[in-house]
Design a protein around this ligand. Sequence first.
Ligand code: MN
Length: 488
Amino acid sequence: MEKRTFWLVVGSQTLYGQDVLDTVAARSQEIADELTKVLPYPVIYKVTAKSNSEIADTVREANYQKECAGIITWCHTFSPSKMWIDGLRDLQKPWCHLATQYNKEIPNDEIDMDFMNLNQAAHGDREHGFIGARLRKPRKVIAGYWKDERVHKRLSDWMRAAIGVAVSKEMKVMRFGDNMREVAVTEGDKVEAQIKLGWQVNTWAVGDLVKEMDKVTEQDIDEMVKVYTDSYDIATDNMASIRYQAKEEIAMRRMLDREGCKAFSNTFQDLYGMEQLPGLASQHLMSQGFGYGGEGDWKVSAMTAILKAMGEGGNGASAFMEDYTYHLVEGQEYSLGAHMLEVCPSVAADRPRIETHYLGIGMNEKDPARLVFEGKAGKGIVVSLIDMGGRLRLIVQDIEAVKPILPMPNLPVARVMWRAMPDLTTGVECWITAGGAHHTVLSYDVTAEMMRDWARMLDIEFVHISKDTTPEKLEEELLVKDLVWKLK
Ligand code: MN
């Protein structure tokens, strides 16, 4: 993982004298140290900002420092905002305004005008908020006491969104073959995606992959099969198929690493020179943090890698998913999600099994090996990025995953079952109205608020379907957003 840090920039001014500035600096250091202990990434106290040039220099440094993933600002005292204009106008990194104060309580006996001048965040953070609004600068505002767990959780989530932006800006997607013929939603403007999100999406020939596979030795394959058997149960006698998947994984991994790609796509319509669609191979790559999209879906592939990086430990429980079929029995309304082969085992409830089965779709000469498992229960989201023509729309829906209510013994793929919010059929109506794809990223540890922050940081449209959404409200929202985004 890349080293990532966040910078704390604390607003003040010279009006109150050196003693006050020394106190502000010492307390800011204390806050940064405390936050570093409880947050997933270090917080570095950078400066007590007292002048235009100090702020502008700090922001420019933040822009250029690769490891700086965002800045957190706070005004311990009053800090006149005209001196923040140059810096904030040039800011290119995610910004969080933490409206906090050093003391939790108003000290009844101690409080006098000196105390008031030193501890006037309530006053200073309003001046700071005005200039953020006046500059129309995207930012997250988090208010609360800096030692409160709730504040830590929200800062942590904002940090993860900012990490998602850093990963997005460095994202390279390797496409093997083109999109599945005639499919609309997996298409999109790659130039726009690079301008807005930073993604470099390019194509490599399947023939190059086949050549790379030819270079894989039997010993390389032995080592990879050992990794598979350590991680998964083998539920097939067809070791040749497992070995073939190992060969595919090793070859894809070598090409991905050589090009610095963190995501890839392929299509069953273009496997020329290969015996099997990569199943186990793609699944095991995903478990290591790589993004994947089936049928040439480069958008969902990059999003899978980004959500994984935003999750717990930098490789969270997020998976490429596809809505397949519904269970519409009253009181038991669920979506069943799966894919032809490629579901990431990071969302498995138990240890996955390797199975081999016939696959009729595509050019599979041999039965491809794949991981089969049930998805775990829990709250989550599904995410879809679509190209509306002239802009990108990110759709996020809250879901509640359950242990699949049927064993489905003849289903030869990994499966996840969930109920979309606000309820299955209303949720489906909303999703379809917004234009959400059949491919999604399903995540158990990235939240809708994190994705909202991510979309704001990257300046793309965000649509959230939650327990409170109604089709009527959503239709109005989409109409207004369509106008707004045409004006932007
Ligand atoms: Mn698909």
